[in-house]
Design a protein around this ligand. Structure first.
Ligand SMILES: [Zn+2]
Length: 214
């Protein structure tokens, strides 16, 4: 069944109501990972004999595994019955990810927005989507693009905008030793890419969030 929405748009009520979004299956041998962590720490001269450090290889393996495992979720979708055509933005979604070049954490926030077409996504799912693409060996550029591409493909919206602002510990704790410096990436689709006014509105709205909370 389909009904006419605002204007000449047709809203299809038979669109999928939820997409299951699960981690890519990866076999994890935690015993081997623990042995390897032990070997690594030992080779680096970290003594593991004390009570405090005895289980550190196990904890290190578990911590890394946790960082690389997003939670499964259902991306619940609803028909855009009211024909809402303006921006929907979830601002300041906190995330943590792992830089695949150093296996060190990078953390920050993501602003994720879209201009709905025939369907809208449950609001909390934008945060779950960020987690889904953050919890894997990553580079910030790819993660930003993946979030935008997923929304474009799943929702077929009029536009998508994703801005990620992060601090990388591989820059602050080693290498350049630059503290407090942000890396900013963006990915835009549809109207937010092509239409200057729409893009400006998106940037202004996420800028208001920044100005109001930091
Ligand atoms: Zn790195």
């Amino acid at each position: 069944m389909s009904v006419l929405g605002t204007g000449s748009r047709v809203i299809n009520h038979e669109l999928p109501q939820a997409l299951n979004v699960a981690p890519v299956p990866v076999f994890r041998d935690m015993e081997a990972a623990t042995r390897a962590a032990h070997t690594l720490l030992d080779a680096l001269g970290v003594g593991l004999d004390s009570e405090s450090l005895k289980a550190t290889p196990q904890r290190l393996a578990k911590a890394l595994s946790d960082l690389l495992t997003p939670r499964e979720f259902n991306a619940t979708m609803f028909p855009n019955d009211e024909g809402y055509r303006q921006l929907v933005i979830q601002c300041g979604i906190p995330f943590r990810s792992v830089c695949e070049h150093h296996m060190l954490a990078f953390t920050g926030i993501a602003h994720v927005g879209y201009m709905p077409g025939d369907r809208i996504l449950g609001l909390s799912k934008l945060a779950r989507l960020v987690e889904h693409f953050a919890c894997r060996p990553q580079v910030q550029e790819r993660m930003t693009q993946q979030i935008a591409d997923w929304l474009q493909e799943a929702l077929s919206p009029e536009g998508v905008g994703v801005v990620v602002i992060a601090q990388h510990s591989c820059i602050s704790l080693r290498g350049a030793l630059v503290h407090g410096s942000d890396t900013v990436t963006s990915a835009l689709h549809g109207l937010l890419s092509e239409n200057v006014n729409a893009r400006q509105e998106f940037m202004t709205l996420i800028g208001m969030f920044r100005g109001g909370s930091q």
